[in-house]
Design a protein around this ligand. Structure first.
Ligand code: SF4
Length: 362
């Protein structure tokens, strides 16, 4: 199956599949997104107007469950910076788009009524836009629950929360992880507001009946994959530090170097850094047990497993994952030294569809 460009015009309701232009064939991820922006979006357009486009561009290696490679780049002109924006996330969105044969998904135009909400459904047999007024103003967690109930537990979802619907410049786009938790976020640059301006509340990616895309030289690919995995397994950063502590390992490192955001960037060292460190997170998860996991994989095939599930003292999940950037911006940058408080702020930001970095730096 040749992959194609799926183009959705929310002004006309038309959805078309096109051959991939020659200049886009060997591009993926942020390179493809930037190329499409250069080719199709006027540089001076209003980021929240009809001439901006929202582009979902899987990376070139997506589709084969090579460790950590099945990532999605969401691209558009940023309403936050006015520049080219790419917001990258793990989870399952990219894998499912590629299995549907989609090289890039381009959403363009604008609905006549800014209050309109739509659901975009993509499967191997069908692509449709359907009105979704019942999802207006609904949080990300409840939206995911409703859509998984309706479409089944195996679909992928990319959603916005109330923040994206309100076109807030801190709004992101939330994807499901491999355990159907809406916690992987294309957070930066306000692309959730661009999705909101297109009237799209959620994209349902149903890859039932599809299979892994063919490889030109499977043996060569598998040999390279083996060497890549071996190098990840042999390197202490990817086989120990990120697996034990995840990205929160950066708390102690950045604090030691004087670079952790502290009290609105007025300092680079936080006196309570050890209370919000990766080591503390690892110990709390291990001691509390229950649903907590310190070496969680956000997508199939990942052997680094830098993600986590952070549980409270009763073993019930607070949030998944709790990352360095969130700890730095919603923690030390606000003078907060409790992982439980940071986790609670994080899950609320996720439900609203907000970028925790932007909120902590606001
Ligand atoms: S768990 Fe971490 S290392 Fe693995 S794919 Fe997700 S973000 Fe990448």
């Amino acid at each position: 199956m040749m992959s194609q460009i799926c183009r959705v015009n929310v002004a006309t309701g038309q959805i078309t599949y096109e051959d991939v232009p020659d200049g886009w064939v060997r591009l993926g991820g942020r390179a493809l997104g930037a190329r499409i922006l250069l080719d199709e979006v006027p540089a001076t357009c209003d980021p929240l107007g009809p001439h901006n486009k929202l582009i979902f561009a899987p990376g070139t290696l997506v589709g084969h469950m090579v460790s950590s490679c099945d990532r999605i780049s969401v691209c558009g002109k940023s309403p936050l910076t006015g520049g080219v924006k790419e917001a990258n996330a793990g989870g399952t969105t990219a894998l499912k788009l590629v299995w549907l044969g989609i090289h890039a998904l381009i959403i363009e135009g604008q609905p006549a009524d800014p209050r309109d909400r739509y659901l975009l459904y993509l499967s191997k047999d069908e692509a449709r836009l359907e009105p979704a007024p019942h999802l207006a103003g609904v949080g990300v967690h409840a939206t995911a629950e409703q859509l998984l109930e309706r479409f089944g537990p195996k679909v992928g979802l990319a959603m916005i929360g109330p923040a994206g619907e309100m076109r807030m410049t801190a709004a992101g786009i939330v994807h499901l992880d491999k355990d159907r938790v809406p916690g992987r976020i294309s957070a930066r640059g306000g692309l959730g507001a661009v999705m909101g301006s297109k009237g799209i509340k959620a994209i349902v990616i149903d890859d039932a009946g599809t299979k892994m895309p063919p490889l030109v030289d499977k043996k060569l690919f598998d040999d390279a994959k083996k060497r890549y995995i071996k190098s990840l397994q042999e390197h202490p950063q990817t086989s120990q530090i990120y697996t034990y502590y995840g990205t929160p390992a950066m708390v102690s490192m950045c604090n030691a170097k004087g670079g952790i955001p502290t009290r609105n960037f007025s300092a680079g060292r936080f006196e309570h850094a050890e209370r919000i460190s990766g080591e503390m997170l690892h110990d709390l998860i291990s001691e509390r047990g229950g649903e907590g996991v310190h070496d969680h994989a956000c997508m199939p095939g990942c052997i680094i497993r830098c993600s986590n599930v952070f549980a409270d003292s009763n073993g019930k999940t607070i949030v998944s994952p709790l990352e360095y950037e969130t700890i730095g911006l919603l923690g030390s940058n606000l003078g907060i030294d409790s992982l439980d408080v940071i986790g609670q702020l994080n899950v609320q930001a996720n439900d609203l569809g907000l970028d925790s970095i932007e909120i902590g730096a606001a």
